[in-house]
Design a protein around this ligand. Structure first.
Ligand code: PGA
Length: 247
């Protein structure tokens, strides 16, 4: 199974989102074995869910809190995300970890809360450049994956996003992606046994139509989590077409 998700981050206003969905839907033909998703900012979740209804494109939130309700000013719950029409939620994105102090402890709670609300979590992991240069890439990923030991198995998409490749235009080399994706595949087997082998592992970090074919050819790469290039409906369509061509 392949899965390509547009991570819009903190971009687009409602009119722009409407124009995007209209342009995108006009040229999108679904194909079995390849899922497409869009993760708009929270303010656009309802609108984008309504615009994409019936298109088979799934909507994801970019984050949500683990408590079901209450005095948590500025947060939104998993059930609110579900109520807005979402299929899933991105968790542990490096911008959440590094700018907003997301912790593995919270991610355990968020994964459980997402499952309780029948949301598909997309768990992001990745090393910084300092960690890679110091030779700790696999140790960092092993540590980040330990949340899955605590939670036990459940529905999941995993996204490997080297922090140094996000928004920098500097994509990881296929050989670097290959080493990490094979490692994650093995780790998932150790953590969840057969259940772990079904988890799609996306690559993310400066993915564009120019480099995506090479990335998709790497073993254990099951698609992409795409930021910058996903803000252009034509480019996003192209990326989905590239993933569809591999199934
Ligand atoms: P990018 O972002 O494609 O702009 O590098 C990817 C991501 O952060 O999910």
């Amino acid at each position: 199974m392949k899965i390509v998700i547009a991570n819009w981050k903190m971009n687009l206003l409602s009119q722009e989102a409407a124009a995007f969905c209209q342009a995108f839907k006009a040229g999108y033909t679904p194909k079995a074995g390849c899922e497409a998703g869009i993760a708009p900012p929270a303010t656009l979740l309802h609108q984008v869910s309504a615009l994409l209804a019936g298109s088979s494109v799934q909507v994801y939130a970019q984050n949500a809190y683990f408590e079901p309700k209450g005095a948590f000013t500025g947060e939104i719950s998993m059930s609110q995300v579900k109520d807005a029409g979402c299929h899933g939620v991105i968790l542990g994105h490096s911008e959440r970890r590094h700018i907003f102090g997301e912790t593995d402890e919270n991610l355990v709670k968020k994964l459980k809360s997402a499952w309780e609300c029948e949301l598909m979590p997309v768990l992001c992991i990745g090393e910084t450049l300092t960690q890679r240069d110091a030779g700790f890439t696999l140790d960092v990923l092993h540590k980040q994956l330990e949340v899955l030991k605590v939670t036990g198995p459940g529905p999941l998409v995993l996204a490997y996003e080297p922090v140094w490749a996000i928004g920098t235009g500097r994509v990881a080399e296929p050989v670097q992606i290959e080493e990490v994706h094979a490692f994650i595949h093995d780790e998932l087997w150790h953590l969840w046994h057969d259940r772990g082998l079904d988890i799609p592992i996306q690559y993310g970090g400066s993915v564009t139509p120019e480099n995506f074919d090479g990335i998709l050819a790497v073993p254990f790469v099951s698609g992409g989590l795409v930021g910058g290039a996903s803000l252009d409906p034509a480019k996003f369509q192209k990326l989905i077409g590239q993933a569809q061509a591999t199934v």
